[in-house]
Design a binder for this molecule. Structure first.
Ligand code: 6R9
Length: 703
């Protein structure tokens, strides 16, 4: 405790010092064509209409048999949606559009090298490719409904073809992000019990042809070590007929897909009609330690939810040119590159490479050339593009009607650049808050109906009723300025069904915290605990502060890292900022900031500017002890700053495993720079306690 009266607030209450932002109104021209243009939609999804309101999403799909029960709550919290319904996801994403408009582009694949040809796959052609590969999976690999298959594929059109072929048979795919290591893939093969791995020989990343096949061998070794044998490895080739890897093929185990496909030319496989409740795929999400969590998503509920949210939140129409610049290896790519857009019969752009290859103008050249009118990406990508090419968008002739951001809180400064430079002031931004576990959007604004507020995702999505609870399960009221744990009061169709093979963990992690009665069959007693801190403004909009462990408690004030980082980013010269806690004997924790600068900016005076900005935006309480200027932040391959690594550096603690970083080499440079400077200032800390060590080692982790 300190003598500061604010320290009297209960543990769960976080004093939020973030200034309220002004509204931006939806662009008027959007309403004329928007899928959600009539405010009556809010009534249709009113709480009194729950759960039947979600029939509207399911009705976007073609069912072999209609469901009899929209929501079955007989085994909480294992909700069942559209019970009795039968459908096939591949049919819904391919066949029905191939019948209606066979020549319409389904996928446009943009290779990373600009000298390589783009590939346009029509719905008719997609139908052919999916069917042939389905036949291969069934007849050559011996797969059938309910089997699990691990995919370890990069951003190529063959990835959705593979997913949709699995779905056609009712085979459960488990795609592991291509940037993950062989070992990470092997762990997921073992956890899911896959005996087939589908991979690729190589792919382009930052201008280089990466050997990817090598990871398959590592993966199989790791899986075997964990007791799972794989009997077939199917290898797509980046250049069919030409092997792009120096890793040998194991005879009798490894097979080139393009060679096998010849035997299935013209094959047609009837889609297998699956119960709505059949699992469609697993998507592993990072646990901090131990076993990864395979979020299991359903066929009917998931597909209905991503179709509905794609339609209303991204305003996707069949004739749009839609580009989600994310990786299919993450949930965003599953829901909003593959299943949502294809279920709606639109054209989805898939880009192989990194956003800034060969330069910061690349995304805007692609947008101009293809006539992209819906754009979707992450704050990290936006910050990076802003850093490397702040005026590039204006040099290109494209027009977006809606733009999505996802994955992290977006700082208002960055939001405004996205809005005015990338969107040219004419596109609505939907800041979509959700998770691997939730299948689709949970919080966002409807682009033509609700004003935007930089840094806030908006209210609960249609049919989603969020609430903020403190640690004692008291509701934290809107407009109170206090943060707490954001939860969803009700079930929704996109929620995962369970954690694969770990149903107890599913209940423990997501429901145990706020469950009111373990025997209750009433969904009202089972709020979903999202694990994010949030604050709700008086207008009902939520501002997501980050994972609940992303909070720094300074002298009784809990400061959201995003608040600090956002403050630092108000300094125009700052490109990226990360805040970490440092153990302090007087104030518990103090803040240290890591920042990188925009190109050409001198470091002179920057630390002072950042400190001043934080004092101005938040208050002296949040003053960082140090501001470290670094050339590059340690980042995961999905682009998230690994705060535990810099937190460890600042605390002279072990940085732990850095092999999963995209740029592990920066860690040692940062460590030497920071620790020698701290040692020179006499800031070498005392020995940390075990609890302190654990906190630092997991700081910013997602669980
Ligand atoms: C879709 C996805 C989930 C975590 C989530 C939250 C953060 C996602 C956000 C956001 C603020 C947004 N997050 N969207 N924070 N604003 N619009 O990213 O899934 O990789 O599982 O991450 O990402 O902390 O809990 P996933």
């Amino acid at each position: 405790m300190t003598d500061n009266p604010e320290a009297e607030v209960s543990e769960s209450q976080i004093a939020v010092h973030w200034r309220e932002e002004d509204y931006y109104q939806p662009p008027p021209q959007l309403a004329a064509q928007a899928n959600a243009a009539d405010p009556a939609i809010f009534d249709r999804f009113g709480e009194d209409k729950f759960p039947e309101c979600f029939a509207e999403y399911a009705d976007l799909l073609t069912w072999d048999e209609r469901w009899h029960t929209t929501l079955d709550t007989s085994n909480p919290p294992f909700w069942k949606w559209y019970v009795g319904g039968m459908l096939n996801a591949s049919y819904n994403c391919v066949d029905r559009h191939a019948q209606a408009s066979p020549d319409k582009p389904a996928i446009i694949w943009v290779p990373e090298l600009e000298s390589d040809e783009q590939v346009t796959i029509s719905y008719g052609e997609l139908h052919r490719q999916v069917n042939e590969f389905t036949a291969l999976l069934r007849d050559f690999a011996g797969l059938q409904a309910g089997d699990r298959v691990t995919l370890h594929m990069p951003m190529v059109a063959e990835l959705p073809v593979t997913m949709l072929a699995c779905a056609r048979l009712g085979v459960v795919h488990s795609e592991v992000f291509g940037g993950f290591s062989g070992n990470a893939c092997g762990t997921r093969i073992a956890d899911s019990g896959s005996r087939v791995l589908i991979t690729m020989d190589g792919y382009y990343r930052a201008g280089e042809l990466v050997d990817h096949k090598v990871k398959a061998d590592e993966a199989l070794e790791e899986a075997a070590r964990q007791g799972q044998e794989v009997d077939k490895v199917l290898v797509w080739r980046r250049h069919p007929g030409k092997f792009a890897s120096s890793t040998p093929m194991a005879p009798g185990r490894d097979f080139y897909v393009d060679e096998l496909l010849g035997g299935f030319a013209g094959a047609v496989v009837e889609p297998v009609s699956m119960p709505a409740e059949a699992p469609l795929f697993l998507m592993y999400t990072s646990g901090t330690t131990g076993r990864p969590k395979g979020a299991q998503h359903s066929t009917g509920g998931y597909l209905a939810y991503v179709a509905g949210t794609s339609k209303y939140y991204q305003d996707i129409h069949p004739d749009d040119m839609y580009w989600c610049m994310a990786d299919i290896g993450w949930i965003t790519g599953h829901s909003y590159i593959v299943y949502g857009p294809l279920a709606l019969g639109t054209t989805t752009v898939i880009y192989e490479g990194v956003p800034n290859y060969p330069d910061g103008g690349r995304p805007w050249r692609i947008a101009q050339q293809l006539g992209v009118n819906i754009f979707h990406t992450s704050p990290t990508a936006i910050r990076m593009l802003r850093k490397v090419g702040p005026t590039e968008p204006s040099k290109h002739d494209y027009h977006f009607k809606t733009m999505t951001t996802v994955g992290e809180p977006i700082e208002p400064e960055v939001w405004r650049w996205y809005y005015s430079e990338v969107g040219k002031g004419e596109a609505a931004i939907t800041d979509t808050w959700w998770q691997t576990e939730t299948g689709g959007f949970l919080g966002s604004t409807l682009p033509a109906l609700q004003p935007m507020k930089p840094g806030s995702c908006g209210p609960g999505a249609l049919g989603i009723y969020p609430v903020i609870y403190d640690e004692d399960a008291n509701e934290v009221p809107a407009g109170s300025g206090k943060a707490g744990n954001i939860c969803i009061r009700n079930p929704w169709p996109g929620i995962m069904q369970t954690i694969w093979g770990q149903p107890e963990r599913f209940v423990d992690v997501y429901y145990a915290k706020y469950n009111r009665n373990a025997d209750s069959k009433d969904w009202h007693d089972w709020p979903y605990f999202a694990g994010d801190g949030a604050v709700q403004a008086a207008d009902g909009y939520f501002r997501i502060l980050g994972r609940v462990d992303d909070v720094i408690n300074v002298a009784g004030h809990r400061l959201g890292t995003k608040e600090l980082e956002s403050a630092a980013l108000t300094v125009p010269e700052i490109a990226e900022a990360a805040a970490v806690p440092v153990i302090d004997d007087i104030r518990g924790r103090i803040v240290e900031m890591y920042v990188s600068l925009k190109p050409g900016v001198s470091a002179d005076g920057m630390a002072e500017k950042v400190t001043k900005a934080i004092e101005v935006e938040i208050g002296k309480i949040a003053r960082p002890k140090n501001v470290w200027i670094v050339a590059d932040m340690p980042k995961t391959r999905s682009g998230k700053i690994m705060r535990r690594v810099i937190a460890s550096v600042s605390n002279f603690a072990d940085v732990g495993d850095v092999t999963t970083l995209a740029n592990p080499e920066v860690v040692e440079t940062i460590r030497r720079h920071v620790q020698s400077a701290k040692a020179a200032k006499g800031e070498t800390p005392r020995d940390l306690t075990d609890a302190e060590r654990a906190e630092i080692a997991t700081y910013g982790a997602a669980e």
